[in-house]
Design a protein around this ligand. Structure first.
Ligand code: XMP
Length: 331
């Protein structure tokens, strides 16, 4: 196994060095496993001085994400780490937008606008290479792969205009396009990344915008961020049947804020609070997924913790839908 990843790193490294020469390469870091492992691979196989890592704090990130990302990338020896605060731009672009595909488009366009403006500030040339942590399931689910699975969702900006234009000019680098998530994890482990990154559940590029259903606002993102952090913290604390933490038995877990108010009781009076859905699945490659069979006690206790700490949420549901027919994210 070690040998396989050594070979992958060597071969990818030499083809990247040949393609890039001393040109700079830009990688957008989402905080997820794929982009972090790609960052590690680029830093290891190229001159770190030519690797520009850009992380956008879009306001759609998980709780504590910016600090986590900064910490990880500094440990990897990043020389050019650009942390961009652009919450207002993203939330502004999402104002009044409810349709899921329109949200993805607004976010994709904003990523490009911010990226172009920041690259100009940094003096990165128009011919700058762009690395993406796109993995195999993203390519086929986005409908751009050779084996088209039909357009499930416009994932990862795989087909965004800037990316397409760069692709035409041979400036896109996607070393993981033939890998599954577990391959990326194995490679990351080989590259020396810790469990806190490798075992992290996947997080979608458009961030909380696909988990705040309906219109996205700062207030609703803040509510979801808190609820999600409580859910994840509990999964890390509680043990599952195998003796491992529930978090490690589950492939992906997260909270979703529904665009729905429901009646509840707050301080003895009738109150219409938000409804939150919890999702936890097992999977091997995200192409299919099964509902995680929680012990009832765990899910009830987690629900109570959320509603007691977040007064804006009055009701919690657990999503018991497999993929297919449901997808993992709700949108
Ligand atoms: P679905 O919802 O299609 O998700 O069953 C499959 C896996 O992909 C993640 N996902 C995304 N990841 N950008 C991403 O980087 C996206 O737009 C996106 N949409 C879904 C999802 O979290 C799951 O792991």
């Amino acid at each position: 196994m070690e040998l396989k990843w050594q070979q992958f790193a060597d071969e990818t490294g030499s083809s990247l060095r040949e393609k890039l020469g001393s040109e700079p390469v830009l990688l957008l870091i989402s905080g997820g496993v794929d982009s972090t492992v790609l960052g590690a691979l680029l830093l290891k196989t190229l001159d770190p001085a030519q690797v520009h890592l850009m992380y956008m704090d879009t306001g759609l990130m998980r709780k504590g994400e910016t600090g986590f990302v900064r910490n990880q990338l500094e440990k990897l020896g990043a020389k050019h780490l650009h942390i961009i605060s652009c919450e207002d731009s993203f939330l502004g672009a999402l104002k009044g937008v409810e349709d899921p595909e329109a949200k993805r488009k607004a976010i994709g366009d904003m990523f490009i606008q911010v990226q172009e403006a920041e690259c100009a500030k940094l003096g990165l040339p128009d011919s700058c290479f762009l690395a993406q942590g796109t993995i195999y399931p993203d390519v086929i689910e986005s409908g751009t792969g050779k084996e088209k699975a039909g357009l499930v969702k416009s994932h990862h900006n795989v087909g965004s205009p800037l990316v397409e234009e760069k692709r035409q000019r041979g400036l896109i680098i996607e070393p993981f396009a033939a890998l599954y998530k577990d391959d990326v994890r194995a490679l990351g482990r080989f590259l020396g990344l810790g469990d806190e990154v490798i075992n992290r559940h996947p997080f979608p590029g458009p961030g909380l915008a696909v988990r705040v259903l309906g219109e996205v606002s700062k207030e609703r993102c803040d509510i979801l961020r808190e609820a999600d952090a409580i859910f994840i913290e509990e999964l890390k604390k509680r043990k599952g049947k195998s003796g491992k933490a529930l978090y490690d038995e589950i492939w992906q877990a997260f909270a979703v804020l529904l665009p729905l108010r429901s009646v509840g009781i707050l301080e003895g009076t009738r109150n219409f609070g938000w409804v939150l859905a919890l999702r936890a699945i097992t999977s091997t490659n995200a192409m299919t997924a099964e509902v995680f069979p929680f012990e009832t006690r765990d899910i009830i206790e987690i629900s109570s913790l959320i509603t007691s700490r977040i007064p804006e949420i009055c009701r919690v549901t657990y999503d018991v839908s497999n993929k297919p027919p449901a997808t993992i994210e709700w949108e």
